[in-house]
Design a protein around this ligand. Structure first.
Ligand SMILES: [Zn+2]
Length: 419
């Protein structure tokens, strides 16, 4: 069988593995609480606060969607016309068109152009956040964050680009197989090292100070059978008023992180509810499962890019001879961008189901639905979340159940538990 034939077999195998993993590991049977309960919860929220949050979300929307559309258009313009391949050539020219220069500098130039074109929309977003008092870092802080994220992306991107095109040169016929394995390995490695190498670039993390709350949280983690070495506090207040918490990392790098803003704004019972939710993620190994499915997806993407990218009409549009040359990188970016936009609602649905499971875990672990509900209200109030966002936006991009869904879930739990 030819490499192409094997690639088709590999893609089918990876797709099957993804479907099986998704069917077995994602809690699909967690539908949202009944709509009537959600509407009752919405009615209990102060009307002026709901209006204020909706104004804020409406102010963010034009810039957000314009950024999405312009980002897509620039990716298509670079990938489906010879413009992108010329940009890669241009970046490599000072180095005699050497493949390393084309691969790394050309690749980064393509990404940078897309970033710069959408930059005005990021600035728009920061302006809205500042106007509504959510942002605390000012324009200088915003710019520093932006440069830091460019630098981090450039380092990771350079490693990935160099590795990818080196593999293509070493194995011209089978690069897609090694590339798929490398992409999967990179996803696992990143998930492992992000908390210790990248997150500290943006925030300082300190162990939560000793006291009754920390003792209570550590005891709860022990009771839950989730070994947690520490609860870390991030100095999120340097850039935002928003409150949040998360888990990241795998194995030895796994950590539960709470924002300092959360500790400042929420009473201990609500912080406990938030951490119980995060322990749910840890207990169900959501980061590990997400990493493994992400690795399978990345491997499948490389094989699919090899197969689709060899399609002659696409190569003609991009003005390149083969998908394997660095000049074809903009074509790959265009394909990945389109797939990303199409896959977004699926990813959002999966995320909402996983989050709903962590909510159920928090309710069962704390047995305190009223603290859970007041925590949800506080989160929505401070973060200016639309408690019941427009349906289409919810379906396309909501990574969490809406505030009214989460409130209704707490009430359903209270009814069942007879509290
Ligand atoms: Zn969560």
């Amino acid at each position: 069988m030819s490499p192409r034939g094997w690639a088709l077999v590999a893609l089918a195998g990876l797709a099957l593995a993804l479907v099986v993993a998704a069917a077995l590991l994602i809690p699909w049977n967690r539908p949202p609480a009944p709509r009537a309960d959600q509407l009752a919860a919405l009615g209990d929220l102060p009307a002026d606060q709901v209006t204020h949050s909706r104004e804020f979300r409406a102010a963010l929307r034009p810039g957000g969607y314009a950024s999405l559309v312009i980002g897509l258009l620039i990716a298509l313009a670079l990938g489906l016309t010879p413009l992108g391949s010329r940009l890669v050539e241009l970046a490599g020219r000072p180095f005699g068109g050497h493949w390393v220069a084309q691969a790394v500098l050309g690749g980064l130039a393509v990404v940078l152009v897309a970033d710069l074109v959408t930059l005005p929309f990021s600035a728009w977003r920061q302006a809205v956040l500042t106007r509504y008092g959510l942002s605390t870092n000012g324009w200088a802080g915003w710019l520093v964050d932006l440069l830091k994220s460019y630098a981090v992306s450039a380092v990771i991107g350079a490693v990935a680009l160099l590795g990818f095109y080196a593999v293509i040169r070493l194995a011209p016929r089978w690069w897609w197989a090694f590339g798929a394995a490398g992409a999967a390995g990179l996803v696992v490695l990143l998930s492992f090292v992000l908390p210790v190498l990248v997150e500290p670039v943006f925030n300082r993390f300190t162990p939560m100070e000793q006291g009754p709350l920390r003792t209570e949280l550590m005891a709860m983690a022990a009771r839950d059978g989730v070994p947690v070495r520490d609860v870390l506090v991030a100095d999120a207040s340097r850039r935002t008023r928003a409150v949040n918490a998360y888990v990241s990392g795998i194995g030895p790098t796994r950590r539960v992180v709470v924002y300092d803003t959360l500790l400042r704004e929420a009473p201990p019972a609500e912080v406990t509810a938030v951490v119980a939710h995060e322990l749910g993620h840890a207990r169900d190994r959501d980061v590990t499962v997400g990493t493994l499915t992400g690795a399978l997806g990345a491997a499948a993407a490389v094989v699919a890019l090899y197969l689709i990218g060899s399609w002659a009409p696409l190569l003609r549009l991009a003005g390149v001879d083969s998908v394997a040359e660095p000049r074809a990188f903009p074509l790959l970016v265009a394909l990945v961008t389109v797939v990303g936009l199409v896959a977004a609602p699926v990813q959002a649905l999966i995320s909402r189901r996983v989050e709903a499971r962590a909510d159920a875990h928090a309710l069962a672990l704390t047995g305190d639905p009223s603290a859970f509900e007041s925590m949800q209200r506080r989160l929505a109030t401070i973060n200016l979340a639309d408690p019941d966002p427009p349906r289409w936006e919810y379906l396309y991009s909501a990574t969490h159940p809406s505030t009214v869904e989460r409130m209704a879930a707490a009430r359903a739990y209270a009814r069942e538990a007879g509290r």
